[in-house]
Design a protein around this ligand. Structure first.
Ligand SMILES: Nc1nc2c(c(=O)[nH]1)N[C@H]1C(S)=C(S)[C@@H](COP(=O)(O)OP(=O)(O)OC[C@H]3O[C@@H](n4cnc5c(=O)[nH]c(N)nc54)[C@H](O)[C@@H]3O)O[C@H]1N2
Ligand SMILES: Nc1nc2c(c(=O)[nH]1)N[C@H]1C(S)=C(S)[C@@H](COP(=O)(O)OP(=O)(O)OC[C@H]3O[C@@H](n4cnc5c(=O)[nH]c(N)nc54)[C@H](O)[C@@H]3O)O[C@H]1N2
Ligand code: SF4
Ligand SMILES: [Mo]
Length: 742
């Protein structure tokens, strides 16, 4: 048996760990952490360890599927694309471009193909109906950064390895391995903060495993982050603890506006909604101000809630007013190797168009996934009749997903680029499956800009895809060409993108290729596939690149791949605010008018808060799970990874619910039944269901997942509830009732 070792990045979560694979007869037979990866240094979690089993999953699709009267049947690639072409043209000709919607899911952010080719599909369709998982996730952070810094992609990360004080809101990296903060072995990095004498504080309605590791855990009512964060800012101003260094102050507009805005949001006033003792709030604020190197970090708990944008903004307000933005040990901007610092910038704005039915504003070219069902169901001009999904499972992941699931069944055409026939893709008329992970190249275009060290790694495919099997990049390129209606080859798309990028780069003063001939530069890109050539171009134009010969020792794809197969460490994060800032004023806009206006809604919610808010539901992530699609790997199922309703022991006693009993959970949108798990880890008044379950639908082909289906938490979430500034779904803090099942 031919056995060899291969290296690649784990594509499963944001921690971007390096893997060492044993390959026998072209199959992955063992997965270890890559000890020579300078960033992950051999770390591996159970999900990464099971990549071989995921890769070999017999339920993965090996050929395109066409839906007929008797369900889905395999077909050839040409036949599948002919079908897409004919039916897509038909919808566009009859109803116009906006009748075709796109939904791009989470795995599209964990590949080369997603970031480099999904935008081309969107562009080719010329539709306003663009949806992604971002509006069920991190969009508030983009909107916040867009307004504050001018660039929605400029999201500062906590400088984990150097901070002396970490204040975390709504993040559970011991299960999730971190998000909007790529840090392999996040747990070890957190422990190290304490080992070097620093402190870690976790603010969460649930005492998580991350909270266990912290110095302090503070219970906070779901959805109340903005109130607590505003009170922290208020204390800093009131106690004269606001002291940004002169260099930061010089780049700041709106400091006094923020002071005025929060002046009355005292710890005492907000305590009735936060559930946090005023003395605790004051102590947290003082400790943050006193720490020489501190970072505030907020994640999913702070974004998928009614005040997601205000919370995301106030996290950075705290980092800025305490002088911790853009300094070692504080909140810093990564400098990814593939993103040129010389690029054309457009002013950031949201609401450049609105959704048809609910008039919700566009953010980053997207409409809220919370309104996709409205756009499919509501008659009239511009109604969505066709949907293309790329690596997404909105039939489980979207708010009120049960409604969306029903709506998907009514589409004239649905096309899914996805390796599984699951809850979403079962509705697809055509399923286009990408090859297996071992046959797929990898570079983290989307995640390396959020890493706690500057780092890059390229993984070529470990084994070639079978003959005739297109890569995901090739599938998306062909889909883009098909959607455009142009008579072009998929490779023409790459050529157009390369030409366009080079043309802009040579025109930009300061760029390493300013003034050069784009045709000559194109000729220098000879390495590998066209996808690899595009990556080579990005790296060479990037901050460590060779500038197409300008700096002969600089990075190229060949150098990264051949000389650094375990990845390259490009150093600790460095201050780079001036490189990042691109607001119209050239300064940080600390108090954007839209955010100031939204504090009116915050105050109204404070005044209207009932004395007894009843039970509210939050989500939960398990270490051996990944959103909706790892439940099909036998090694990862069972044990603690089960779909139970957690509730506080106090509430369980009050409701007469014992461990293992069945309970019925009811919200405006629906009802589910689950097994109860009373725990002292949840604050009274809060219940929790993990997300990504509900694998009991007919017509799917995920046999392991279907055997232990669980229930969908998104049968209970409400598509009407969004954070208006970002269109992001409110997935936490959902009002529910719980009763024992007789
Ligand atoms: N094992 C595993 N890893 C994953 C995933 C997975 O499904 N499984 N998913 C990946 C994805 S897509 C993402 S986006 C990341 C998410 O990464 P994290 O943000 O770390 O994810 P969660 O574990 O959902 O943590 C959110 C925390 O917020 C708390 N919370 C809920 N509501 C509130 C609130 O209103 N305020 C506050 N302060 N806290 C609240 C929850 O109790 C929970 O502990 O994880 C990624 N990694
Ligand atoms: N109630 C509640 N809802 C939530 C959340 C929550 O915490 N609570 N979390 C939200 C968050 S953070 C997120 S990111 C979203 C996720 O929402 P989605 O992205 O819609 O859902 P996933 O479960 O990540 O689905 C991934 C899909 O991609 C497919 N896939 C896997 N690998 C590949 C690949 O290589 N290529 C392609 N093309 N497809 C692939 C899988 O088969 C699956 O169909 O869910 C959100 N929904
Ligand atoms: S932490 Fe994330 S990237 Fe690392 S091995 Fe686990 S799933 Fe893969
Ligand atoms: Mo996510």
């Amino acid at each position: 048996m031919a056995s060899r070792t291969a290296f690649r990045t784990c594509p499963l979560c944001e921690a971007v760990c390096g893997l060492r694979l044993r390959i026998e007869d072209d199959v992955i037979t063992e997965v270890r952490g890559d000890p020579d990866d300078p960033f992950s240094r051999g770390f591996l979690c159970p999900k990464g360890a099971s990549l071989g089993r995921l890769d070999a999953d017999p339920d993965r699709l090996d050929a395109p599927l066409l839906r007929g009267a008797d369900g889905h049947a395999e077909t050839g690639w040409d036949e599948a694309f002919r079908h897409v072409h004919t039916r897509l043209r038909d919808v566009i000709d009859r109803y116009g471009n906006d009748a075709v919607a796109v939904y791009i899911g989470n795995p599209a952010a964990h590949s080369i193909a997603g970031p480099l080719y999904a935008p081309a599909v969107v562009k080719a369709l010329r539709t306003r109906n663009v949806y992604t998982a971002s509006t069920a996730d991190q969009m508030p952070k983009h909107v916040s950064s867009g307004h504050l810094f001018g660039d929605p992609a400029a999201i500062p990360v906590p400088d984990l390895d150097r901070t002396g004080h970490l204040l975390m809101f709504g993040a559970n990296p011991l299960e999730s391995n971190g998000s909007l903060c790529s840090a392999p072995d996040f747990p070890k990095r957190l422990r190290a903060v304490r080992e070097r004498g620093g402190t870690v504080t976790v603010v969460d309605p649930r005492r998580t495993r991350t909270a266990d590791l912290a110095d302090e855990h503070v219970f906070l009512r779901p959805g109340a982050d903005a109130f607590l964060l505003a009170a922290l800012v208020q204390v800093l101003f009131a106690e004269d603890l606001v002291a940004p260094p002169a260099a930061l102050l010089d780049r700041l507009n709106g400091l006094d506006d923020v002071r005025a805005l929060v002046h009355d949001l005292t710890p005492e006033r907000v305590a009735r909604v936060t559930g946090v003792e005023p003395a605790t709030t004051r102590r947290l604020a003082r400790a943050l101000a006193a720490a020489p190197r501190a970072a505030v970090y907020g994640r999913l708990g702070t974004t998928v809630q009614a005040f997601g944008t205000l919370s995301s903004w106030l996290v950075d307000v705290l980092n800025i007013v305490t002088g911790n933005l853009d300094r070692p040990g504080g909140a810093m901007f990564a400098r990814p190797a593939h993103r040129s610092v010389h690029r054309p910038r457009r002013p950031f704005a949201t609401g450049r168009w609105h959704s048809r039915v609910r008039r919700l504003p566009e953010t980053m070219g997207e409409l809220p996934v919370a309104t996709l069902a409205d756009e499919i169901e509501t008659p009239g001009e511009g109604r969505v009749r066709a949907l293309i999904t790329i690596g997404g499972n909105p039939a489980l992941s979207a708010p009120n997903a049960a409604r969306l699931d029903r709506a998907l069944a009514t589409l004239d055409l649905m096309v899914s680029v996805d390796p599984y026939l699951n809850e979403t893709t079962r509705h697809a008329h055509v399923v286009l499956p990408p090859p297996r992970p071992r046959q797929t190249p990898h570079y983290d275009v989307a995640l390396l800009g959020l890493a706690v060290r500057n780092y890059a790694r390229y993984s070529p495919p470990v084994v070639p895809a079978p003959a005739g099997r297109p890569s995901e990049a090739a599938i998306l390129a062909r889909l883009a060409v098909t959607a455009s209606g142009l008579d072009a080859a998929p490779g023409d798309l790459d050529e157009m993108i390369i030409a366009d990028t080079l043309r802009k780069a040579v025109a930009l003063p300061g760029s390493p290729v300013h003034g050069r001939d784009p045709g000559e530069l194109r000729k220098a890109l000879t390495d590998g596939t066209r996808t690899e050539q595009r990556l080579d171009m990005m790296l060479r134009l990037g901050p460590y690149g060779d500038g197409f010969g300008d700096d002969p020792s600089g990075l190229t794809l060949a150098r990264l791949r051949d000389e650094h197969p375990h990845g390259i460490d490009l150093g600790a994060l460095e201050p780079r605010l001036d490189e990042v800032l691109c607001t119209a004023s050239g300064r940080i806009e600390l108090c954007p008018p839209a955010f100031a206006a939204d504090t009116g809604r915050l105050r109204a919610a404070l005044d209207a808060a009932p004395a007894d808010p009843g039970l509210v539901l939050i989500g939960r992530r398990h270490l051996r799970s990944n959103n909706s699609w790892l439940h099909n790997v036998p090694e990862l199922t069972g044990g603690s990874n089960t779909c139970t309703l957690q509730l506080s022991t106090a509430d369980a006693g009050r409701l007469g619910v014992t461990a293992g009993a069945r309970v019925r959970v009811t919200a405006r949108t629906g009802t589910v039944e689950a097994v109860a798990e009373p725990t002292d880890r949840l604050m009274p008044g809060v219940v929790s269901l993990p997300h990504g379950w509900g694998h009991d639908r007919p017509g799917t082909r995920t046999r392991v997942a279907s055997a232990d289906p669980g229930v969908s938490v998104n049968a209970l979430t409400d598509e009407r509830e969004i954070d208006p500034l970002s269109g992001t779904a409110v997935l936490n803090g959902v009002p529910v009732t719980v009763e024992p099942v007789a």
